[in-house]
Design a protein around this ligand. Structure first.
Ligand SMILES: O=C(O)[C@H]1O[C@H](OP(=O)(O)OP(=O)(O)OC[C@H]2O[C@@H](n3ccc(=O)[nH]c3=O)[C@H](O)[C@@H]2O)[C@H](O)[C@@H](O)[C@H]1O
Length: 431
C-alpha cells in the first residue's frame, strides 16, 4: 500500500489519483493533509509577495535617490536640443561635472564653437552648491542643459546614451581636493572609482562608442622628485587617497581601452585656478579670508622650504581639453568587443613655471589691495606634496597645447571676477 506521502507527492507527475473507496479516517487524514499543504502554499505565496513588494520599494527608493529630477518627454526634448550640433564636423559631448569649475568652462567653450553639449552634475554640497547653481544658470543661458543626476546611476547614463549618440565624453565629475580625503575617504572611492566604472560601462556598451577624455591629476606624481614631471615618470607613490583614486582611474581606463577598444585620453591637471573656481582651493579661500580680515594659514615644507605649485589658468586648461577632444581618435569596439587598437593617451596640462605659496599670497595682496594676516605652519602630514612642476612637451607636440597666462595675470582676472561675483564692486566694503 502506498504511503500517504507517496499518494500526496507521486514520483511520476500526472499519476495522482483520487481513490473514492477509502475510509472516513483516511479521508479525514487526506483532507487535513491537503488543508495544511494549502496553508503552507498560501504562506509561501504571502511571503513571496511580501518580499517582491519590499524589493520593489527598495528599487523605487533607490531610483528616487538617483533620479529625483529626470525623465519625461520635456526632459528628453531639452537633452536633444542641447546636444544639437551647429557646425560642420562638430561633436556631441556629454560633459560630466558640468556645473563644476573646469566642466562649466569647457562646456561653454564647446557650445560657443557650435558643438552639442549635454551636462550632468549631482550638485553635491562638497562646496557651496549655490556657486554650482550660478554656473548652471550661465550654461542654461547659452543653451546648455545640465541633467541633475549622479554618474553612479547606471540607468540614467544608459538613458542619456539612448537619447543621444554622443561622439565624445568629457569626464570631469570627481571628488576633488587633496586634504578632504582624510575626512571623507569613501566619497573618493564612490566618485573617482565607482562613478568612473559606471560611466565607462555605459561608454563601452554604447553603439557607436564615444571617445573619452577625462580628468586625472598632477597629484599622481606623489612623492616623485624628478623635475619637471613627465608622463613617463613614476606614479606609484601617491601621497593622498585622492591621488591614489586618480592613479586607479588611469589603470581602470587602460583596461577599458585594452579590452573594449575605448579611445581614452587622461589629462593630468596642475592646480587649476581662475574665475568661477573652487572655493575649497587655497587661492580662493585665501582671497575670501584676506578680504574679511581673517588670518590665512600658509604651509611650509621640510627645512623651511616654501611649497610651490605649477598653478595653471583655466583658459589654458580649457584649450587643452578641447584639443584633446579634437585629436582623440575613434573608439573601435562594439557589442563588448574591440575591432582593433584604440588610442590611449595621457598628458600633463600644466603651466611649466611653479610659484611658491607665499608668492601667490603676495600677488593676491597686490590685486586685492589688502594685507594678509599670515599664519605660517609646518606642512601637516595631510597628503600634500612639496611642489609640482609640469613638463608639457608631449601635450605641446600632440595637442598644440601652449599655456599663455602667468599667475600674475590669471589672479588679476580671478580677483576681478571674485569682487564682482561676491558684490564687493557694489559697495561691499573691502577691509
Ligand atoms: O593639481 C592637482 O591635481 C590638484 O590641484 C589642487 O590641489 P593643490 O595643488 O593641493 O591645491 P590647493 O589645495 O589649492 O593648495 C595649493 C597650495 O596651497 C597650500 N595650502 C593649502 C591650504 C592652506 O590652508 N594652506 C596652504 O598653504 C597647499 O599646501 C598647496 O601647496 C586641487 O585642489 C586638487 O583637487 C587637484 O586637482
Amino acid at each position: 500500500m502506498p504511503s500517504l506521502e507517496e499518494e500526496l507527492f507521486p514520483s511520476t507527475p500526472g499519476k495522482f489519483k483520487i481513490d473514492r473507496g477509502h475510509t472516513m479516517n483516511r479521508q479525514f487524514n487526506r483532507c487535513f493533509a491537503s488543508t495544511s499543504t494549502m496553508f503552507l502554499w498560501a504562506l509561501f505565496l504571502i511571503a513571496l509577495t511580501a518580499s517582491y513588494l519590499s524589493f520593489q520599494s527598495f528599487v523605487d527608493s533607490g531610483s528616487r535617490y538617483f533620479t529625483a529630477s529626470w525623465g519625461g518627454i520635456q526632459w528628453e526634448k531639452q537633452i536633444r536640443s542641447s546636444a544639437q550640433i551647429h557646425r560642420s564636423k562638430g561633436m556631441s559631448v556629454l560633459v560630466t561635472g558640468a556645473a563644476g569649475f573646469v566642466g562649466s568652462h569647457v562646456s561653454l567653450a564647446l557650445k560657443k564653437r557650435g558643438d552639442g553639449v549635454v551636462g550632468i552634475d549631482n550638485f553635491n554640497s562638497y562646496y557651496d552648491p549655490s556657486l554650482k547653481k550660478a554656473r548652471k544658470s550661465l550654461l542654461n543661458s547659452r543653451g546648455i542643459f545640465i541633467v541633475e543626476g549622479d554618474i553612479n546611476d547606471a540607468r540614467l547614463i544608459a538613458k542619456l546614451f539612448d537619447i543621444v549618440a554622443f561622439t565624445h565624453v568629457m569626464h570631469l565629475a570627481a571628488q576633488a581636493g587633496v586634504r578632504y580625503a582624510m575626512e571623507n575617504p569613501h566619497s573618493y572611492v564612490h566618485s573617482n572609482i565607482g562613478g568612473l566604472v559606471t560611466l565607462l560601462e555605459a561608454c563601452k556598451t554604447a553603439n557607436p562608442q564615444p571617445s573619452v577624455v577625462w580628468a586625472s591629476s598632477s597629484s599622481v606624481y606623489g612623492l616623485n622628485e624628478k623635475v619637471p614631471f613627465s608622463e613617463s615618470d613614476r606614479t606609484d607613490q601617491p601621497a593622498s587617497l585622492y591621488a591614489a583614486t586618480k592613479k586607479a582611474g588611469e589603470e581602470i581606463t587602460h583596461t577599458y581601452n585594452h579590452i573594449y577598444g575605448l579611445s581614452i585620453t587622461g589629462l593630468r591637471f596642475f592646480t587649476v585656478y581662475g574665475p568661477f573656481g573652487r572655493p575649497d582651493m587655497a587661492y580662493f579661500f585665501f582671497t575670501r579670508n584676506i578680504l574679511q580680515g581673517k588670518p590665512i594659514t600658509i604651509f611650509r615644507g621640510k627645512n623651511r622650504v616654501d611649497l610651490a605649485r605649477d598653478f595653471t589658468y583655466i583658459d589654458d586648461i580649457v584649450k587643452g581639453c578641447v584639443a584633446s577632444l579634437d585629436t582623440s581618435g575613434k573608439s573601435t569596439g562594439s557589442g563588448g568587443k574591440k575591432r582593433g587598437p584604440a588610442p590611449y593617451r595621457i598628458f600633463n596640462l600644466g603651466n611649466t613655471s611653479p610659484v611658491t605659496v607665499p608668492t601667490l599670497v603676495q600677488i593676491l595682496e597686490r590685486h586685492l589691495k589688502v594685507k594678509a594676516k599670515r599664519n605660517i605652519v609646518d606642512m601637516p602630514g595631510n597628503g600634500d606634496v612639496p611642489f609640482t612642476h609640469a613638463n608639457i612637451s608631449l601635450a605641446q607636440r600632440e595637442l598644440g597645447y601652449k599655456p599663455t597666462t602667468d599667475l600674475e595675470t590669471g589672479l588679476k582676472k580671478f580677483v576681478k571676477w571674485y569682487l564682482t561675483y561676491y558684490g564687493y564692486n557694489r559697495g561691499k566694503a573691502v577691509h
